[in-house]
Write a protein that binds this ligand. Structure first.
Ligand SMILES: C[S@@+](CC[C@H](N)C(=O)[O-])C[C@H]1O[C@@H](n2cnc3c(N)ncnc32)[C@H](O)[C@@H]1O
Length: 266
């Protein structure tokens, strides 16, 4: 097991941060007053939001299972990890293939504080944690290359994170930089809240933006599709998270308002 665990420099509890708001909405324990207030405001705007987030977690687990079991992927770069909860990427992957290697990346010190839970690799595999910002993809690649073999296929996971990269921070260029570094046969898993699915999701995003350190940018299905440029989407294509190869009935009565897809780099 490789470890990059450090004591976080600063944990700002005066304003809501998405890692902790997400933890609150998922029923976790790692949140402060400002996070709970933002979470409650989002629930008022979008009563089904907790189910939407749980559906997103289920999508993540299903795709990791699919990539490991059906596509033989053994390496994962999971950026925007979040505070550890059930079915973290390495737990799902290593339950199928214990030799899987997983690099986690997040910029939030609250996630770093829990990195120990992400570093419980099976002895045959490796997990590592990098504190870094998605908007600096080269720094992520440089560190990941010390753990992952970039001559063998890697699955890049950007699950519920790209909406925190506004257009002025070049989200499409960031994704291209990451994908260009991966060899053919690699995979890209993305989920992203839509601007064109459910009006309540837009209200929840506005309510979050009023209270939080980060700002959310919702995107249309067409704009989310552009992230897959040059890749081959696997079936069923770009759909809502609950419709991507479901194995259980949908949790959210009104759908989840999040676009999701998995694609192969040719
Ligand atoms: C909604 S959570 C998603 C967690 C997990 N991927 C999931 O889908 O269950 C978003 C995570 O992305 C992280 N994040 C947001 N913007 C980021 C950035 N620019 N660089 C690195 N991490 C970021 C947040 O700190 C948070 O932990």
């Amino acid at each position: 097991m490789a470890s990059s665990e450090r004591t976080p420099d600063a944990l700002d509890t005066s304003v809501a941060h998405i890692a902790r708001v997400y933890d609150y909405l998922l029923g976790g324990k790692d949140h402060f007053e400002a996070d709970r207030a933002a979470g409650e405001a989002m629930l008022r705007a979008y009563p089904d939001i907790a189910n939407a987030m749980r559906s997103n977690r289920q999508f993540l687990a299903r795709t990791v299972r699919y990539l490991t079991e059906d596509e033989g992927i053994r390496q994962f770069l999971d950026i925007g990890t979040g505070i550890p909860t059930a079915n973290n990427t390495h737990e799902v992957a290593q339950s199928i293939a214990p030799d899987c290697r997983v690099v986690y990346v997040d910029r939030d010190p609250a996630v770093l504080m829990h990195a120990r839970a992400l570093l419980t690799s099976a002895p045959e595999g490796v997990t590592d944690y990098i504190e870094a910002d998605l908007r600096d993809p080269q720094a992520i690649l440089d560190h990941a290359a010390t753990v992952l073999d970039f001559s063998a296929p890697i699955a890049l996971l950007l699950v519920a994170i790209l909406h925190f990269v506004p257009n002025e921070d070049q989200p499409y260029e960031v994704v291209t930089t990451l994908l260009d570094a991966l060899p053919p046969g690699s995979f890209f898993t993305l989920s992203h809240p839509g601007s064109d699915v459910d009006a309540d999701a837009s209200k929840a995003a506005r309510s979050f933006n009023d209270r939080a350190a980060e700002q959310v940018t919702l995107r249309s299905r067409d704009d989310v599709m552009r992230f897959f440029h040059g890749l081959d989407l696997v079936e069923p294509g770009l759909v809502q998270v609950q419709d991507w190869r479901p194995t259980t009935p949908p949790l959210a009565a009104s759908g989840t308002s999040m676009w999701a897809g998995v694609a192969r780099k040719p």
